[in-house]
Design a protein around this ligand. Structure first.
Ligand SMILES: [Ca+2]
Ligand SMILES: [Ca+2]
Length: 184
């Protein structure tokens, strides 16, 4: 009787163990495949999301640069009403193809007259500042003004951002974002 009971207990323990092992190995195998599939799906989804986020971010930056160029243009027009000049003592709307040192590589410098009056050659009638002294483009570079910026082979007065690559000024064949104020 005792022996039978012991046998029965042993058998049920064995069955339980067997069942557990079976379930364990079966679940483990299934979970692994499931996990791999889920990881693959997450990978695909995240790359799609990242690509669209990057695209949206690039568009937003370009839109911000265009909007800021419009604001700077307005500031230049106000400066022109006060002083009769544009940043760098340029004559408003005057394309200056053969001029030397006609580029204002950073429109926030004092000599440009938008953030402060030129300490060396003051602008007469200056009543600025006309723009925020810390204004930089969405890629961390200063905005520029160039009176002989080449656009499709023609000189132009251009207010611009160097764009995502940070390279610009006279390299018209680039990703610069420019606002043409006058053209030959
Ligand atoms: Ca130039
Ligand atoms: Ca560029």
């Amino acid at each position: 009787m005792l022996k039978n009971k012991k046998d029965k207990n042993l058998r049920s323990k064995f069955l339980l163990l067997k069942t557990k092992n079976y379930q364990l190995s079966n679940n483990f195998g299934f979970t692994l495949i499931e996990l791999l599939v889920v990881i693959a799906i997450i990978g695909i989804l995240s790359s799609v999301v990242m690509a669209s986020l990057n695209g949206a971010r690039a568009k937003a930056r370009t839109a911000k640069a265009i909007a800021e160029l419009g604001n700077i243009r307005t500031a230049m027009e106000v400066m022109e009403m006060d002083t009769g000049e544009w940043p760098g003592h340029q004559t408003p709307y005057s394309v200056c193809g053969a001029c030397g040192s006609n580029e204002v590589e950073d429109i926030t410098v004092a000599s440009a007259g938008l953030t402060a009056n030129d300490p060396i050659t003051p602008y007469s009638g200056w009543r600025g500042p006309y723009i925020n002294a810390n204004i930089i483009d969405p890629w961390g570079h200063p905005y520029f003004l160039d009176t002989d910026y080449t656009v499709a082979g023609e000189n132009a007065v251009a207010l611009g951002s160097y764009g995502p690559d940070g390279i610009g000024l006279n390299l018209y064949n680039s990703d610069d974002i420019i606002l043409i104020l006058a053209q030959e």
